[in-house]
Design a protein around this ligand. Sequence first.
Ligand code: MLT
Ligand code: ZN
Length: 470
Amino acid sequence: MRSRTPCAHSGRTRLLHDLEGFSVVSAWKSSGSRPRRGEAVTGKLPRALLREFAAVLGSAHVLTGDATAGYVTDWTGGFTGHTPAVLRPRDTAEVAAVLALCTGAGVAVVPQGGNTGLVGGGVPRHGEVVLSVARLGGLGPVDADSGQVTAGAGVNLQRVADGAGQDLDFPILIASRGTATVGGAVATNAGGLRVLRYGPMRSQLRGIEAVLADGTVLSHLSGLVKDNTGYDYPALLAGSEGTLAVITAARLQLVPRLADPVTVIVGVSGPAEAHALARQALRTAGSLVSAEYFTQAGLDILTAHAGLAPPLRPPSPGYLLLEAVGTGAAERARLWASRERHPEAAGFLGVPLKLDVAVPAAQWVRLASEVAGVVTAADPGAQVIVYGHIADGNLHVNVVPAAPADGRHEDAVFSFVASLGGSISAEHGIGALKARWLPLVRSAAELAVFARLRQAFDPAGTLNPHVLPR
Ligand code: MLT
Ligand code: ZN
């Protein structure tokens, strides 16, 4: 629960006496009500605070006005916001200094990595300050003994994989890997195309460095595989969506590089056949790393709008892509393009709602078979494209609405998923998009513990106040 105690940060009080054209704080003054604990505010900033940011970062790394444009909208165009300033620290000490300033001034902060998130969690939708980790680009040497590496939060995932050397690889394989950063991937517990073999980002974490909202630096980067010395806060920060701390570096486990993976695409009659084949492959091919489902509906859009060559002829209602350690496939890139370009497909038809759900394995066929009907019952003109990670029980339901996107599509899909015992977010997170539906899948007791954790890490409510419920 939020505390109702008025905030008495000395920094904030000082700033209240140093106003220059500052609408939000002026409003507090005229109404006589100061921001409360746990309610960091958004809006314009006092010039004195901007000067303090510039003193820490250098004025070139405090972006305002038009220079913030690339930081306020996500790549789908589905989430857009505005910010009084984008802060671009170059190291952990600078992150700590600007976070302490923000918390002292009662200013809300949205941490941002590569801005490739899909639930609006890195977009300043309410006028928050953006703290970009893009300049935290240090990538340490690979530790040959442990097969680990320490990467700054701003390093993109492709760079981690490329830097791993000939024998090692980084197994978080997502289509946005050339832009998505380590910090963002940890904060959202990114999944991707090889989770069935290696697990999500949390499974690769062997340590973390992060900064609390008050500027306290936590660092636990030794990379021990066994380390039962108290709470596993790196694991807790994985999937915390920027609400508990700003991740500045991660110690990552690398895996043996698949020298020559073999990739196949099988045409299937629909979800039931795809699921049965995937189950068989999981049981019999111990070296399986990927099992991906997509449909002709998505392929048709990519063929028409992106010039994609169909992977098979004649076409099938559905497709199953399998990849395993093996003897190689000459056309691997062409085969993967059919699946990896699916996130773009719905975008050719309109601004999509990207719903990312998971159900127990036994319910996946029902989910994949019935979800389009569930959506069109709520919005008969909606277009629905599905694809996903079949072995993880995960389906991406991309909806291009015809009716107003007023929550009816989420209501329909998430209620259906909850009735199957599933999750309303398999890998993209809750963000700004799904917070109101969280009670469908989390009990009041669980949500109360979430709120208490958040209060413990960030009592002033500085970090991503509009992401996940407080
Ligand atoms: C994927 O599996 O392609 C990613 O999660 C991205 C998406 O769903 O759009
Ligand atoms: Zn996915």
